[in-house]
Design a protein. Structure first.
Ligand code: PMP
Length: 400
């Protein structure tokens, strides 16, 4: 809502609230349009948001139901129930080799809430928080929601969207935090060891907090996931954001976490007490059950995306209008459609109009992704293959 509409309600709203989306739009215009057409009965194929085509595994729902039926429906412990904090700490220690205890873990209502809390920990109002463009849509808004200044650092397609340490160094004067995301939404890029070392060096030299969004850490198809928490000198300045949403198809359950230094978690418990008041106990019990199933369940949830990515690579190789941004993870494909001569927005609009297929314009994720579209691999295999075939054919026709 813009300030004009806000003023219409008679009372003045805070600038912090009305400026969350900055001066631009929130990037969801095409998605909302597709949803409107679907509600009106149009047979739109949606390749837009990061929502699995499968639902939460029945065994997790059973655990949730049993927990609720057994009475875990009152206020839960605000930092998170101890066994879940322990399970997250073990998971993090296994991945990084860095000693991690339950006191390093805060359970939050999803990764989004963890992103907000992490920035609240790092920044005061008026401070500058850095983020990388292209970016997950909420990043600048999350930084602005706490009254800080969101400053983009642009990643470039010539560098295969790997962030460059020189760009971080150049932008870091006066900033207090940097937000990174690997595997990346929207590009699917997995940061290389060189990239992550370069980021860590730049962050240490500029004395920044590093907020590392690792919600796609179970979706690695090529390369390997390196958490910066594992790197020398980083444990005291890194806040890792995690979530059950993507790893366990639990997007609607709203459960995630922050892993960071004990002192940060202690203060963030005060933030939770005064904002969310924690996460429902039966949701936490379900998350604990899910984590206890180990990597087998995570792989089961991730497998369809790996399969579809293989199919996509084969289809993309057969034509020469659309190029796939080299990527190693996550449930998305970033397609370079610049050969069609259209912007990502115009291409996505014409695809919606002509083929009734919805994809996200690259521009929704920042100016670095202009001329690209993001395809979520979130249709069942056959439907995905057919839809992507039509996306590529549409691009081919446009390029003449
Ligand atoms: N980070 C990234 C990169 C995401 O793509 C998302 C959701 N799409 C989130 C964080 C937030 O996820 P959730 O709040 O569901 O955990």
């Amino acid at each position: 809502m813009n300030r004009f509409l806000a003023d219409l309600c008679g009372m003045k709203l805070s600038n912090t609230l009305t400026q969350i989306n900055g001066d631009g739009d929130d990037g969801w215009g095409l998605f909302n349009e597709a949803r409107r057409r679907m509600a009106a009965g149009a047979p739109i194929q949606e390749l837009t948001i990061g929502e699995h085509d499968i639902r939460t595994h029945q065994s997790i729902l059973d655990a949730m139901h049993i927990s609720a039926s057994n009475g875990h429906t009152g206020y839960a412990e605000i930092p998170g129930i101890q066994p879940l904090r322990e399970a997250v700490a073990r998971r993090m220690e296994d991945r990084t080799g860095v000693r991690t205890t339950p006191d390093n873990v805060l359970i939050t209502p999803g990764g989004q809430s963890a992103l907000f809390a992490a920035h609240r920990a790092a920044l005061d109002s008026g401070d500058t928080g850095l983020y990388l463009d292209p970016h997950y849509t909420t990043y600048p808004g999350t930084i602005r929601a706490i009254g800080a200044i969101a400053k983009p650092i642009f990643c470039h397609s010539i560098n295969e969207f790997q962030p460059q340490a020189t760009d971080i160094r150049a932008a870091s004067n006066g900033a207090r935090s940097l937000l990174i995301n690997s595997p990346n939404n929207p590009t699917g890029v997995v940061y290389t060891e060189d990239t992550i070392n370069g980021i860590a060096d730049a962050v240490r030299d500029a004395d920044l907090w590093l907020i590392s969004d690792e919600v796609y850490d179970t979706q690695i198809w090529e390369g390997s996931h390196i958490s910066p928490r594992a790197l020398p000198g980083m444990v005291d300045r890194t806040l890792v954001v995690g979530s059950m949403s993507k790893s366990h198809a639990m997007t609607g359950s709203r459960v995630g976490w922050i892993v960071g230094p004990e002192i940060v978690i202690e203060h963030l418990i005060n933030l939770s007490t005064n904002t969310t008041y924690g996460v429902p106990g039966y949701i936490q019990d379900a998350a604990l059950f899910a984590l206890d199933q180990g990597s087998a369940l995570e792989q089961e949830v991730a497998a369809p995306f790996e399969r579809r990515r293989r199919t996509a690579k084969t289809l993309i190789k057969r034509q020469n209008t659309v190029a796939l941004v080299p990527s190693g993870g996550a449930m998305y494909l970033m397609l370079d459609i610049r050969q069609t001569g259209l912007s990502g927005i115009a291409f996505a609009q014409s695809l919606l109009d002509v083929e009734e297929i919805a994809v996200m314009p690259g521009e929704s994720f920042g100016s670095s992704a202009a001329g690209h579209v993001r395809v979520a691999m979130t249709l069942e295999d056959k439907a995905f293959e057919q839809a992507l075939t039509r996306v590529l054919a549409h691009a081919g026709r446009l390029s003449g």
